[in-house]
Design a protein. Structure first.
Length: 159
């Protein structure tokens, strides 16, 4: 298991490629991109035995069945959490058709087979919360920096 050293939001937008924290398990590897996390808490509510913010490391992929871990990760609206199954496991299937929804705070919640262009080039995504106000330092992703940051009706619970 490897774990990076930055906290959510600690990286500058020009910090180069996204820094991922990686948590290896027997049947699944979980990756976490801190600067994309919007604290929807789908992970800690869904599998507290795997995702526990009071513990280091905070992710223990082997504390639940890989299929259950993958199911809870797919609830992460921002895409900050991703998974890679062990050989022969099922990869995440993008929603079809692609769905885009603007939440009451202005953020764009997007799910599907996505190509997202940003400072680090084009990334293939299945889930993302995109900035709707233009103030994010992590464009095109929302970082809660501007007008769409903390208004009611945020990403929590969005599936």
């Amino acid at each position: 298991m490897t774990e990076g050293t930055t906290d959510a939001g600690a990286e500058s937008p020009d910090a180069g490629p996204p820094r991922l924290k990686e948590y290896d398990g027997e049947g699944i590897t979980v990756t976490f991109e801190p600067r994309r996390c919007l604290h929807a808490a789908e992970c800690v509510r869904g599998l507290p035995e795997v995702f526990d913010l009071a513990r280091r490391p905070w992710v223990l992929p082997d504390a639940a069945a890989p299929e259950r871990v993958a199911e809870v990760i797919r609830r992460c609206p921002s895409g900050a959490l991703q998974y890679h199954p062990a050989a022969g496991g099922a990869e995440e299937v993008p929603d079809a058709p692609t769905r885009v929804r603007r939440d009451p705070s202005g953020r764009l919640l997007v799910r599907g087979d996505l190509l997202v262009s940003g400072a680090q080039g084009v990334r293939h995504e299945t889930r993302a919360v995109l900035c709707g106000c233009g103030a994010s330092a992590n464009q095109p992703y929302c970082d809660r920096a501007g007008l769409c940051g903390d208004a009611a009706g945020g990403a929590a619970g969005e599936r």
